[in-house]
Design a protein. Structure first.
Length: 124
């Protein structure tokens, strides 16, 4: 898996509010040079079942098409060899389907929508 190109004006902050029944929800926030949020990746990881769920990914309109969502997803996959987990997403928009198809080709990781989840990951 090749890494994303560097985004010199954007950096990321991770928050992990805690564990929910063994599967922790995490947020990766993309920040501009003034630390203003410009994008967000919400995901959930179950280390027991080795599964991940992309709950939401969004980038502010004027920051789109600059690789921010791509880099955020690379950050999520990079930690603890999560590329070897089975991933899925919640419902996907048309743009989301194009994005996740491109990311699957780039990372060799499938991101099916509404795939079977482990009992520890809750989508509500």
């Amino acid at each position: 898996m090749s890494g994303p190109a560097r985004l010199p004006t954007v950096h990321f902050a991770r928050t992990a509010p805690g564990m929910e029944s063994g599967a922790g929800r995490q947020t990766l926030t993309a920040l501009d040079p003034h630390d203003r949020p410009i994008g967000r990746l919400d995901f959930q990881i179950c280390h027991t079942c080795r599964r991940g769920l992309i709950r939401n990914i969004a980038v502010a309109v004027h920051w789109q098409d600059q690789g921010i969502a791509r880099e955020a997803l690379h950050h999520a996959l990079a930690q603890e060899l999560r590329a070897h987990y089975a991933w899925s997403t919640t419902r996907q928009t048309s743009d989301g389907r194009h994005f996740f198809t491109a990311m699957e080709e780039e990372t060799d990781v499938a991101f099916p929508a509404n795939a079977t989840k482990c009992p520890h990951i809750h989508t509500s």
